[in-house]
Design a binder for this molecule. Structure first.
Ligand SMILES: [Zn+2]
Ligand SMILES: [Zn+2]
Length: 264
């Protein structure tokens, strides 16, 4: 299983960067995990978007889904997707229509966003859209997918992908405050990708994110073989973040870099 970082920025992009988006490939199966601002252009730089089998969305914050808008527009309006020959493309009776799996309740939000642009069914038309159940196992070609609700400002799900029922696991925490759920869900995973958004814990209001040291503590508690810190701004010192995470976690740690490829 191959994981390519398309974007790792938090809710504001790094210079030249994109928000959350990770392309997971196993054999011929291609799954995009989250599609935040800037991700669609990065996706195009590493693969052909019509070859994406499915998109999984962890939660409905803009840095995790907003580039579904250009992705939908490409699927509906690109010359190659049309039924008749146009602009040198031969026309197709079978335009690409990837699955789009979103959290419970998200379809209403997507239709509201579509309606604001005059197209309430934008995402229904472009994708095979459905809401996943958090307790289901979804089989997408060669990949098996599981979810686990994690505490954040809105309903959010960590996502696990593995080749088949017994393959090595990739666990993506999405966004969350410190919690036990991700530790249990990621127990002994092959690669754990955790957010490390904050230079220090939130000083007021409910917590929503982790610091790098908290990410290290969660990785250590889960027994993960490897930790990648993500959802981290280029305005945070990377050496500092690595050292903070390494205080609790003794395994290999990297900071996600746009274009990085991990094999699990
Ligand atoms: Zn986020
Ligand atoms: Zn979020």
């Amino acid at each position: 299983m191959r994981i390519t970082v398309l974007g790792k920025s938090p809710s504001w992009q790094d210079a030249g960067g994109a928000c959350s988006g990770y392309l997971v490939e196993e054999g011929e199966t291609r799954v995009l995990v989250d599609c935040g601002s800037g991700v669609f252009a990065q996706l195009r730089s590493v693969c052909d978007y019509v070859d994406v089998d499915a998109v999984l969305v962890s939660h409905m914050h803009g840095d995790h889904f907003l580039d579904l808008v250009p992705f939908a527009c490409a699927l509906l309006y690109a010359p190659r997707q049309q039924p008749v020959p146009v602009a040198g493309w031969p026309g197709t009776d079978t335009p690409s229509r990837p699955q789009l799996l979103v959290p419970p309740g998200a379809i209403a939000a997507l239709r509201t966003i579509g309606a604001a642009g005059g197209q309430p069914r934008l995402f229904d038309r472009a994708f095979r859209l459905r809401e996943y159940a958090v307790d289901e196992t979804v089989v997408l070609g060669a990949l098996h997918v599981r979810f686990a609700p994690v505490p954040h400002y809105i309903a959010t799900n960590a996502i696990e992908l593995r080749p088949g029922e017994d393959g090595a696991r990739f666990t993506y925490g999405a966004d969350h405050r410190p919690n036990e759920e991700i530790v249990a869900f990621a127990a002994c995973t092959g690669l754990l990708m955790l957010e490390a958004t904050l230079p220090r814990p939130e000083r007021e209001g409910p917590r929503g994110h982790l610091t790098p040291s908290e990410a290290g503590e969660h990785a250590a508690a889960s027994g993960a073989a490897r930790l990648v810190l993500t959802h981290i701004s280029d305005e945070l010192d990377q050496e500092w973040a690595l050292a903070e995470a390494a205080r609790a976690y003794s395994g290999p740690i990297e900071i996600a870099r746009q274009g990085a490829v991990y094999t699990v």
